[in-house]
Design a protein around this ligand. Structure first.
Ligand SMILES: *[C@@H]1O[C@H](CO)[C@@H](O)[C@H](O)[C@H]1NC(C)=O
Ligand SMILES: *[C@@H]1O[C@H](CO)[C@@H](O)[C@H](O)[C@H]1NC(C)=O
Length: 188
């Protein structure tokens, strides 16, 4: 019966490992799923400032995780408006308020937003040879999109720091290059 016990033990262990992968397997961030784009109803989806609208039938990968955070985390800086009527959609997730685009504020991809754990924390952004401190006020949703709540915009990639124009100004990026920049960031 001993062989049976060992067999049962190993099978049990295997089932546990498959069902609950240990942290080492969790270090790489895999997609959580995907959604099919829906055509925005007319008047929806603000395309100002190069915001992208969902394309009917296009597949968009979704994530609930982001790459691990270090003292120099690689990310892509994008431009967002946090003001009322801006391309950011509704008010900020952290405090349900709008924020002036003249203040350095950011939204982070879902995994980095951590369900609000970084709300009102400051992060340091390094890019274009300069550095700026910005406050986290919102989530750039990597897990959902292409619906009214997200202004019919696709889900956010999982490595985005979506920043107000004040951040772009502070980094000294010339206006024609606003929109997409390789940066690193860290918790302050
Ligand atoms: C971060 O980006 C730099 C420059 O593109 C690259 O050399 C480095 O390997 C990246 N680091 C990680 C952890 O992805
Ligand atoms: C577009 O960007 C400009 C400069 O940041 C800003 O003043 C304007 O409100 C933005 N428009 C929208 C719709 O977000």
């Amino acid at each position: 019966m001993k062989i049976f016990s060992i067999g049962a033990f190993l099978l049990g262990l295997l089932i546990i490992l498959v069902s609950f992968p240990p942290e080492i397997y969790g270090k790489t961030c895999h997609p959580s799923g995907g959604i099919r784009g829906r055509k925005p109803p007319s008047g929806q989806c603000n395309t100002e400032n190069d915001s992208v609208c969902c394309i009917q039938g296009k597949f968009y990968t979704t994530y609930t995780c982001s790459p691990p955070v270090s003292s120099s985390t690689n990310a892509t800086l994008t431009l967002n408006s946090f003001q009322k009527g801006g391309d950011g959609g509704g008010p900020s997730e952290c405090d349900k308020k709008y924020h002036s685009d003249d203040t350095p504020v950011v939204a982070l991809s879902t995994g980095w937003y951590k369900g609000g754990d970084r709300c009102h924390n400051f992060i340091r952004i390094n890019g274009n040879g300069r550095s700026v401190k910005a406050m986290v006020v919102d989530e750039c949703d990597s897990s959902m999109g292409c619906d009214e709540e997200h202004d019919y915009q696709p889900p956010c990639p999982n490595n985005i720091v979506d920043a107000s124009k004040a951040v772009w100004k502070a980094l000294g990026v010339s206006l024609e290059n606003w929109g997409d920049l390789d940066i690193t960031w860290s918790d302050e």
